[in-house]
Design a binder for this molecule. Structure first.
Ligand code: PLP
Length: 388
């Protein structure tokens, strides 16, 4: 008998973004846009809150569901932002958005369950249920009239009563696709009738470029006992990627079981990290941070989109959210080969679209959470590649 992991683990894909990033490892001359994070540190007031908590000796285990003050602050934030009424009792603090996703899956998914995932998608979203033995049905977005769009009728056809869960991520990584409220409502109504769980990943809710303050949450349409779980994170809105702090909003009927699942994952998110999150939500500088982040992203986004549009040969469907441009180059159908050549010969680090599933083959993802000057360097390198 060989000493190997169970088949579901061996079947997981390794990250194609990492494969490309590894090709450029150790080089300092790469303009890298492959990962989903910016290059600025977490604001000082958030770091200070965590430092103070550590200095005060907050080094102990805390409640599985998180610090009561943080659960209250999250519920108040979410209620205010989305004009809903979330109770602190529905909130579970997790050690990252990734962990929130995994815990949600562990709460719902059994081996053999059918899980429908709207794609292309950040790999962890489809791999988490697969790790638990679920059968994944991928439902691709399409490009219609130059815009990423969802064929709602076809999606509803795919959401049959034997479906355990559908996972929606909007604003979407990698396409930036956002979902409108009418569509959300129709999906939720349908799932309610069929008994299907909805897992809504809304970690990019604040990164929306249609003039609104937040992308609409699926929770806006939820009834108290609906089968809906929302995943959120401190990573993207407050520049806290390395902290590993997120949360889940869950139906009340589930709350007796959630602490058990958290217990066997991490037991709790670290107390001093949660204090950083508390500062992000309750200090007025939290919203100022988001406003500054958004205005920076807006400038970088237009530099990137204008630059790509000027080059010709590039198809880039419109989308309003997240922090990525997802595009393809006419005459460069192999995204892995293109991304490899870009990094090794031109010093430009982009994520290959196939990292986000077969629907992403031929596409490239460029994270625009960078200064416009750095984006301009990247654009110049891409142009050299196109003119080679
Ligand atoms: C769609 C989506 N969900 C969740 C996450 C998880 O974020 P984190 O684990 O940093 O909280 C990410 C990170 O890139 C993401 O893109």
């Amino acid at each position: 008998m060989s000493a190997t992991a169970r088949p579901q683990v061996s079947a997981l894909s390794s990250s194609r973004i990492r494969d490309i990033a590894n090709a450029g490892m150790g080089r300092t001359d790469i303009a890298a846009f492959w990962f989903g994070e910016g290059d600025e540190v977490t604001p000082q007031f958030i770091r200070e809150a965590a430092q103070n908590a550590l200095a005060d000796g907050e080094t102990f285990y805390v409640h599985n569901l998180g610090l009561p003050q943080l659960r209250e602050a999250v519920a108040a934030y979410e209620s205010r932002l989305q004009a809903i009424s979330t109770s602190p009792e529905q909130i579970a603090i997790t050690g990252s958005g990734v962990s929130a996703l995994m815990i949600a899956n562990q709460l719902i998914v059994s081996p053999g369950d059918k899980v429908v995932v709207i794609t292309p998608i950040w790999p962890n979203i489809a791999e988490a249920p697969r790790l638990l033995g679920a059968e994944i049905v991928r439902f691709p977005l399409s490009v219609a009239d130059g815009k990423w769009s969802l064929d709602l009728d076809r999606l509803l056809d795919a959401l049959t009563p034997d479906t355990r869960m559908v996972i929606v991520n909007a604003p979407n990584n990698p396409t930036g696709f956002t979902i409108d409220q009418d569509t959300q409502k129709i999906i939720l109504d349908h799932c309610r009738k069929q008994g299907i769980w909805v897992l809504s990943d809304e970690v990019y809710e604040r990164l929306i470029f249609d003039g609104s303050n937040a992308a609409p949450s699926m929770l806006r349409h939820a009834e108290p006992d609906d089968r809906i779980i929302r995943v959120n994170s401190f990573s993207k809105s407050w520049r806290m990627t390395g902290w590993r702090l997120g949360w889940l909003t869950l139906p009340r009927a589930m709350m007796a079981d959630v602490p058990k699942v958290i217990e066997y994952n991490t037991s709790c998110a670290p107390s001093f990290i949660q204090k950083g999150g508390l500062a992000a939500l309750t200090d007025p500088r939290g919203e100022e941070t988001i406003a500054a982040l958004k205005s920076g992203l807006t400038a970088s986004r237009s530099t990137l989109l204008d630059g790509l549009a000027r080059m010709g040969r590039i198809e880039i469907p419109d989308a309003d959210g997240a922090m990525y441009a997802f595009f393809r180059i006419d005459g460069a159908p192999d995204d892995m080969a293109t991304a490899t050549t870009l990094v090794t010969d031109y010093g430009l680090g982009l994520a290959p679209g196939s990292a986000f599933g077969p629907e992403g083959e031929g596409w490239l993802r460029w994270c625009f959470a960078a200064k416009p000057e750095k984006i301009a360097v990247g654009l110049e390198r891409l142009e050299r590649f196109l003119n080679r």
